[in-house]
Design a protein around this ligand. Sequence first.
Ligand code: GYE
Length: 323
Amino acid sequence: MNPMKRRSFAAMLAGTGLACMWATPAWSQGKKLVIGFAQTGAESEWRTANTDSVKSAAAAAGHELKFSDAQQKQENQIKAIRSFIAQKVDVIILAPLVTTGWDTVLKEAKAAKIPVILESRNVVVKDPTTWTTFVGSDFVEEGRRAGKWLLEHTKNTTGDVNIVELQGTVGSDPAIDRKKGFDEVIKANPRYKVIRSQTADFTRAKGKEVMEAFLKAEGKKINVLYAHNDDMAIGAIQAIEEAGLKPAKDILVIGVDAVKGAFEAMIAGKMNVSVECSPLLGPQLMEAAVKAKAGEPLPRWIKSIEGVFPAEVAAKEFPNRKY
Ligand code: GYE
């Protein structure tokens, strides 16, 4: 049926209650989607902003969102997905805590004909047709940006640059890739050495704890802290201060995310730079959800656009920050 004819036919049926059944599929007209969202948890400022973004974009589009907070446990996310399948939701959004261990449950979703959209982290599965698209950042590039900032910022210094690294959640895509990108850039110059590298699970509390251990072991030898997210950097800043050292001066502090907390730390002169990673993925996710439900083709990766914010621009940029 050509669109003109369809419109007039729909107009004829208007008021009969049959109109929307004929005009376009019911789910795209009035009847909104039911979306299950298996979130990792609330481990960071980034994650809270991400949850808010998805919830408000779903509400704005009129979709029903079933939200599950897995408290940083993969088994809880798997349970949530199974419950979404049992409830026959239209689309599942998954923020996979780690990359592996998803094969079985994603196959179950596919068998139930429920499209799965990945957000904020990626998976490694045998059957890539078990998920439709990944909405999120280029984490390798974020790591490279952190490394490039460091090389540039220290180019006029001499001697070894001793770096300690706080990694994100073990086995998670952003932790793996932010390490990879950073290493790739700094290995170009043998002066740059990662002398300690450990996970702090993307949280402030662990960031502080692990930094304390680094300081105990290496003390004043440490020149740079590279944290895979701002929350860990902010926790570590506290540890640096408690050790009687000056963050951003005695030890350069590099974070990722560019959340408000990092801007506050930069404005206070305690942090040097944050590489942006946008959590505001809600609108792109809702658009992808509608297309996935309709069976329309989606790119494998819907990328977010991001920058780098050094302390020098923090005060000027702060009022524009949305997370
Ligand atoms: O950088 C970190 C969060 O998956 C991109 O997870 C996300 C990361 C983010 O907890 O702060």
